[in-house]
Write a protein that binds this ligand. Structure first.
Ligand code: ADP
Length: 190
């Protein structure tokens, strides 16, 4: 199996690159943000709970997110591997993911991190908010909160994978295909 954590701040391009990577490598794409949004749309209990955090730019609590992610991993039948997009976002989630994969006899092979500076993120998210209809992309206060939460709670996840020698940083500004080629180069040489 090939298991990749695609990492980066809100607006770094994780969704765009995931779509290209799953096609090329035939991996299962698990985006916690997409799963939460599907639940919000479907009006599920999980969706109602998640919305109360997402609308404020806060993280959904670890126990909820970890439980949901584990059930999605367990649903996959004979996967070639996973791309985890938007997960793990806290050190507790990273430790839970290691445990889950270990119980399945596998592990994370690498963290590919899209590096984009804050000013560019703010610009991209506001543009996305105009056509995606995502409420959390339309309010500059919520956007700033997400960037702050990323710096405070999610950045430590980088150290978690660096300590395992799995961290690979990739410049996330430039042509989409150029960034994609850089990601593929890291995967192919692993
Ligand atoms: P972004 O564009 O901000 O990276 P995502 O689509 O990945 O957005 O996530 C949207 C929101 O869903 C986050 O701001 C957060 O509230 C919630 N969320 C997504 N993934 C997680 C996670 N792993 N842990 C906690 N909350 C999460």
């Amino acid at each position: 199996m090939l298991n990749i954590v695609l990492f980066g701040p809100p607006g770094a391009g994780k969704g765009t690159q995931s779509a290209k990577l799953i096609e090329k490598y035939q991996l299962v794409h698990l985006s916690t943000g997409d799963i939460f949004r599907a639940n919000i749309k479907g009006g599920t209990e999980l969706g109602v709970l998640a919305k109360s955090y997402i609308d404020k730019g806060q993280l959904v609590p670890d126990e909820v997110t970890i439980g949901m992610l584990a059930s999605e991993v367990n649903k996959a039948t004979d996967p070639k591997g996973f791309i985890f997009d938007g997960f793990p976002r806290t050190s507790a989630q990273a430790a839970a993911l290691d445990e889950l994969l270990q119980s399945k006899g596998t592990s994370i092979h690498m963290m590919l991190a899209l590096e984009v500076e804050e000013e560019e993120l703010r610009k991209r998210l506001l543009i996305r908010g105009k056509d995606s209809g995502r409420a959390d992309d339309q309010d500059p206060v919520v956007i700033q909160k997400r960037i702050d939460v990323y710096n405070a709670e999610t950045m430590p996840v980088k150290d978690y994978y660096s300590a395992q020698n799995k961290y690979k940083g990739i410049q996330g500004i430039g042509e989409i295909d150029h960034i994609f080629a850089a990601l593929c180069a890291e995967i192919d040489q692993a």
